[in-house]
Design a protein around this ligand. Sequence first.
Ligand SMILES: C[S@@+](CC[C@H](N)C(=O)[O-])C[C@H]1O[C@@H](n2cnc3c(N)ncnc32)[C@H](O)[C@@H]1O
Length: 349
Amino acid sequence: MHDGNGGKDDGDARARPPAIGPSGHIPVLLQEVLSALALAPGHRIVDATFGGGGYARALLEAGADVIAFDRDPQAIARGREMREREGWGERLRLVESSFARLYEELAERDLLPVDAVVFDLGVSSFQLDEAARGFSFRHEGPLDMRMGRDAAMSAAEIVNEWDEARLARLIRRYGEEPAAGRIARAIVRARANAPILTTRALAELVAGALPPARRHGRIHPATRTFQALRMAVNDELGQLRRGLVAAERALRAGGRLAVVSFHSLEDRIVKRFLAERAGRIAGASRHRPQLIAPPAPSFRLLKSGAVRPGAEEIAANPRARSARLRFAERLDAPAHDEGDGPIDEEFGS
Ligand SMILES: C[S@@+](CC[C@H](N)C(=O)[O-])C[C@H]1O[C@@H](n2cnc3c(N)ncnc32)[C@H](O)[C@@H]1O
């Protein structure tokens, strides 16, 4: 999610420019995440989204052992190279898996419980910058957008196979795109002639479907549509909910959970999950009285709102603009039963 260039790692932690991975990938809210995790040497920390390894590097340098997950095999391969180069050895374990499975993966390796879990959601600049992955309208590539081998479908399948009404609902709901209906209509009309197979073809089609004022704004006209497709291809909201539940099961009492999100729908899921688990809101509908006593809180909120990046960080890394960090401490109550059903009946799982 993060790119640009930072500076050298020196001086006071708060004043210094953000550390960067070898890629020029700037980790967002890094110092805030480190302090939210209450690190101590020897702690066992799960980095649920390894990406460019920016968080993992900082955690290792602070003396923690890291179990890093990524569903993207390229991220894991990069992690192996970093481990070799830096001599981290067994202090960095790499797991190619979606974080929804983190509890099972840790159990299989006998690594439970853990001291902290951190999620840094979305895509990495590696994924955005590699044309062949099809994530970006800035690079010509196939309309793919799968983060890992476990994704059920590609963006091209959605664009060329879903009916107009379903496409419009997807683009409106996940992209929060006001012109979703016009875009869906344009897609269906265009694909009647030939399938839409590349990022540029889709980006141009979307731009052409928008009112002129939207075509030349600060944000690229296809941003919201691409985001909606990526979220559906990778079931990002369903993954997030399952990842949070898995983290709740994996953490020891007193352990920390920290989540950095970049999208209001993601942040809403995190906020709601933590509020429920902290006993701030009832899990059941407000129209239905609770028949049974709610479970004991499994988390304590350490801050009621979200932490946002400061102006300095946003100036150095514009992609940090929409970032929000929420964090909490695991209490010793058992993990709650997960009776919520799918996040989104139509698009999620
Ligand atoms: C924003 S990047 C993380 C950047 C990282 N914190 C750093 O400092 O370099 C997000 C990463 O999470 C991975 N990811 C996204 N959803 C995932 C999921 N459900 N399971 C595992 N990895 C996921 C992506 O493949 C991507 O590499």
